[in-house]
Design a protein around this ligand. Sequence first.
Ligand code: Z5A
Length: 207
Amino acid sequence: MAGKFITIEGIEGVGKTTNIEFIKSWLTQQNIEFITTREPGGTELGEQLRELLLHGGDVCSSAELLMMFASRAQHLEQVIKPAIAQNKWVICDRFTDSTYAYQGGGRQLQTHVISQLEQLVHGDFQPDLTLLLDAPVEIGRARAAKRGAADRIEAEDLSFFNRVRDMFLNRAKQAVRFSVIDATQSLDSVQADIQTRLNQLKTEAAQ
Ligand code: Z5A
């Protein structure tokens, strides 16, 4: 079976971490070899950049954008592409759609600049499936708030996160690789939707 690249996207608190655990158990049941990883992060360099991005001092918007792509370049080279070449499925917590949403939508950096960096770093390489977990910002933030202190990006205001959500939803209208999942549903319903999409991808991978 061919390797597949699945990304999980959405604003904070919509259930990405929770549902990655569900995807891992589904893949294990199906005897599909996989790795899970995350952005920013996933490599030694990426994890160091993540620490600076989320818990460091002042980072201007363009430096933030470049650090996201620096982390991604290393991640693709060292982790994602080699795993797919070995026919593994790669489950990645966030990828380039988050850059469009947070740095493009949230920070209001120009989309065409993000697109140029995307071309430089991964050309036409794109996820096979992007699960966009969607919920109103108030719901996501209320769920995430139970976890403790906000990091540098989580400390932004409601309007920032509404722009982030809008950008995710706009992008989802533009590519068939997206599956938008209503994350306000019960966890069982969310996971039933995810499982339907995973079964379709498994059928495609076997062809
Ligand atoms: N970032 C960026 O700016 N640009 C980029 O290019 C990239 C990233 C790649 C990384 O944070 C930060 O980097 C992120 C974007 C930025 N900053 N923000 N904000 P992250 O991805 O590591 O963390 P996060 O987005 O803040 O995720 P999170 O807060 O950990 O949320 P989550 O993983 O989506 O949710 P969860 O932990 O699975 O669930 C939260 C709670 O809700 C938990 O108690 C669950 O049990 C509960 N839950 C989940 N689903 C349900 C349902 N359906 N019903 C009821 N309760 C539920």
